[in-house]
Design a protein around this ligand. Structure first.
Ligand SMILES: Cc1cc2nc3c(=O)[nH]c(=O)nc-3n(C[C@H](O)[C@H](O)[C@H](O)COP(=O)(O)OP(=O)(O)OC[C@H]3O[C@@H](n4cnc5c(N)ncnc54)[C@H](O)[C@@H]3O)c2cc1C
Length: 394
């Protein structure tokens, strides 16, 4: 049964859902505030590491354009550093299946162009306000809102939201791969208790392979040094200084440079869970997904991974459904994703637990240097977003 679906927002949630629906024969209209070239010429958006199992939907939709060129992230490395000493270093964390990170500036721009060129799909480049949303709801069988973490259309779910303020000050840079680097297949995660966390993700950008680096600074801690939102070069200079707390990363990265002058971002995100259904003044309902509904801190690389799962589950539910897309169906569809293993609830629990890790968890990891089963379990939880309760068990 062919349905007419409008999607507002051209991030990973909106574009992947749009492609999956188009593939299933629906009529798709996607409205994006950004054009492909706005994305290409804009600043970096994410470090967008997508774990192996979550790459399936984009491969199924024929959107895996970078499988031959993006670094194959087959390994994980987990380290804990105290006073510049490495107290845990586990480099044997084979991922179940390789992960991939393709600069969202390239990936989303290409996906947007591909959707615009596909039969039965149209892409409009304009920002949709609330009255335009109501008009869209009148004209389509269903409206999906995937506008990312800004915007106040969806009400905060106080019961499910743990935080009212950011838990980290975040900075990210894309760095050229230093000459001779041999671990472009490894995602590296360093924890510095009292300061924050550092993630180094092998990625593909316009200039080729790079290291996408995220620094998660504890508010008020020694790494909390970019609240003035410095320009790219200055941000990288400050990050380079604090890499001294993780000597191995300082040695690996300090001599390199930004991939381009837009390869930096800084900011802070308040993790929040929102109600997924919004009722418009006309009484019509719209359904949200992606960051528009569940926003987590990037510490556990969960946002794009969650959005992919939501896109796949929502697209399948739309194709299966033969009745009206009313508010009750919308809530049920969201709930199926929220409660699925590795769905929204699990991702959110994992992100929130690791933002404020219980002392026994760090102790357990530090005592597990020779206990590969424990360390493998830990990295497996990040990879699959399943079994958050393990993190709290002793
Ligand atoms: C530093 C950093 C690192 C990250 N690293 C990872 C990682 O390694 N792995 C991972 O899984 N996740 C990561 N994330 C999170 C991930 O990037 C996001 O969760 C994900 O991209 C959200 O996708 P989305 O489609 O929901 O929203 P967005 O990507 O925000 O897309 C929303 C789109 O909607 C458009 N829009 C907004 N309002 C309107 C409107 N009114 N009308 C029309 N268009 C509109 C916007 O222009 C935008 O293009 C990271 C995030 C950050 C900040």
């Amino acid at each position: 049964m062919t349905r007419s679906v409008a999607i507002v927002g051209g991030g990973v949630a909106g574009l992947l859902t749009g492609h999956l629906l188009q593939r299933d024969g629906h009529r798709v209209t996607l409205l994006s505030g950004q054009r492909p070239d706005d994305l290409r010429n804009g600043p970096i958006i994410s470090t967008q590491c997508v774990f192996g199992p979550r790459l399936r939907p984009e491969r199924g939709a024929g959107l895996a354009f970078w499988d031959d060129t993006a670094p194959v992230i087959a390994n994980g490395r987990l380290s804990i550093w105290l006073e510049e000493q490495c107290v845990l270093d586990w480099s044997d964390a084979l991922l179940d299946s390789p992960a991939q990170s393709v600069d969202h500036r390239m990936k989303l721009a290409t996906w947007m162009e591909a959707l615009g060129a596909a039969d039965g799909a149209t892409v409009h480049h304009r920002t949709v306000d609330r009255s335009a949303l109501d008009a869209l709801a009148a004209e389509h069988d269903l409206v999906l809102v995937t506008t990312g973490r800004g915007g106040g259309l969806f009400r905060r779910n106080d019961e499910l939201s743990q935080h009212t303020e950011p838990q980290r000050q975040i900075a990210a840079v894309y760095l050229r791969v230093p000459d001779g680097a041999d671990d472009i297949d490894t995602v590296r995660w360093s924890i510095v208790p009292g300061a924050g966390e550092l993630l180094v993700v092998p990625a593909l950008t316009f200039t080729g392979p790079c290291h996408a680096v995220v620094v998660e600074a504890l508010p008020g801690g020694p790494w909390d040094v970019w609240r003035d939102r410095p320009q790219a070069g200055e941000l990288w200079k400050r990050i380079r200084e604090l890499l001294r707390d993780v000597p191995r990363e300082h040695e690996a990265l300090a001599g390199t440079t930004l991939t381009d002058d837009r390869a930096a971002l800084s900011g802070a995100i308040t993790p929040v869970v929102r109600h997924p259904v919004a009722v418009l003044p006309s009484g019509r309902a719209v359904l949200g997904l992606g960051d528009a509904v569940v926003t987590n801190d990037p510490l556990t690389a969960s946002g794009a991974n969650s959005a992919v799962t939501a896109a796949a589950m929502h697209a399948a539910a739309i194709t299966e459904h033969t009745g009206a897309f009313d508010a009750e169906w919308m809530q049920r569809t969201h709930d199926a994703w929220w409660t699925a293993p590795g769905g929204g609830r699990d991702s959110t629990a994992i992100a929130n637990t690791l933002l404020n890790p219980p002392p026994q968890l760090l102790e357990r990891l530090m005592n597990s240097a020779n206990d590969h089963a424990t360390l493998r379990k830990f990295t497996g939880i990040i990879e699959t977003a399943e079994d958050p309760d393990w993190l709290l068990s002793t």
